[in-house]
Design a protein around this ligand. Structure first.
Ligand code: SAM
Length: 288
């Protein structure tokens, strides 16, 4: 089956008819919204700047609308899909293309079994978008370049800088490895079925030069945002006390905050990525 001949990806009516013909339904729990706007699809692939032979992961290929564009670029595509019905359709469409591999099942459980590749693209299912991106970052799996679509609210968190209301531990994680840029806002009408909220295409470009983070870095970032209303000092005490006891923890906190010239009444939302990294390095250097 050739995708171009068999599925009209731009028409909700045609998609509905195709799903019916294949005996398939849409599963809300898997965040299934097809991207029916061809210009948005084209722009998402374009920002990846792919060359023939580049290896890319696609998360949630659905019925293969983005997969087809990636394969047309000559990319080597490994697609992670959970829906058995969609997997059957994808195998029918692409199985003869030697540049296409499918990984069946929940990407949260399967991705670690696969070796790193430089590129990733995905119209990410809403329910796992932020968790999956954070998982890659915390487990040290980096990509050179990623283009993803996510809910606008998640995109704003990914791009937020210190002091903004959208700034969170997730913003620091994204900034730790990537420069994060908006590609476009995507209105609900660009999807079928239409979601209730706007989405955004986001480009993440790796900006690291081989920097290694202390092991404590990501746990520390999460801990300092754990209770947003608490000061850094109090969140740090909660984080370190179980390991070091209350008295020693107070000493460690005082010296780490002093060394980094961080006011003890400061809150995590006002510290940028470099400040978190210095705090983590100070704690790490104490060889606690
Ligand atoms: N790529 C298609 C498009 O752009 O029209 C579909 C995108 S749809 C927003 C998300 C896709 O991710 C669906 O195909 C869904 O079945 C798949 N998916 C949802 N949860 C998943 C998971 N945990 N692991 C792998 N795929 C998942």
């Amino acid at each position: 089956m050739n995708a171009e001949n068999s599925i009209n990806y731009n028409s909700p009516a045609a998609l509905k008819a195709f799903l019916e013909q294949e005996g398939l339904g849409m599963q809300k729990k898997f965040g299934q919204n097809f991207l029916i706007n061809p210009q948005v699809r084209k722009d998402l692939v374009q920002v990846m700047e792919l060359k023939s032979g580049d290896c890319i992961w696609e998360i949630g290929p659905g019925l293969g609308v983005m997969t087809e564009l990636l394969l047309e670029k000559g990319a080597n595509v490994k697609a992670f899909e959970i829906d058995n019905g969609f997997i059957r359709v994808l195998k029918n469409i692409f199985s003869e293309n030697k540049n296409f591999t499918i990984v069946e099942g929940d990407v949260m459980k399967t991705w670690q079994k696969h070796p790193p590749v430089p590129y990733l693209l995905g119209n990410l299912p809403y329910n796992i978008a932020a968790v999956l991106l954070a998982d890659f970052i915390e487990k040290g799996r980096q990509f050179s370049r990623m283009a993803v679509t996510v809910q606008k609210e998640v995109a704003l968190r990914m791009m937020a800088s210190a002091g903004s209301p959208d700034y969170s531990s997730f913003s620091v994680m994204c900034a730790s490895v990537y420069s994060v840029k908006p590609i476009m806002t995507i209105r609900p009408s660009s999807f079928f079925p239409q979601p209730n909220v706007d989405s955004m295409g986001v480009l993440l470009v790796n900006r690291l030069t081989g920097e290694k983070f202390p092991e404590i870095f990501f746990p520390l970032v999460r801990a300092l945002f754990a209770s947003r209303r608490k000061t850094i000092k109090n969140n740090l005490i909660t984080f370190l006390s179980p390991r070091h006891g209350k008295i020693k923890t107070l000493d460690i906190c005082a010296s780490v905050l002093h060394e980094n010239a961080v006011n003890e009444n400061e809150r995590a939302e006002n510290l940028d990525f470099n400040a978190f990294l210095s705090l983590a390095k100070s704690i790490d250097n104490m060889r606690l």
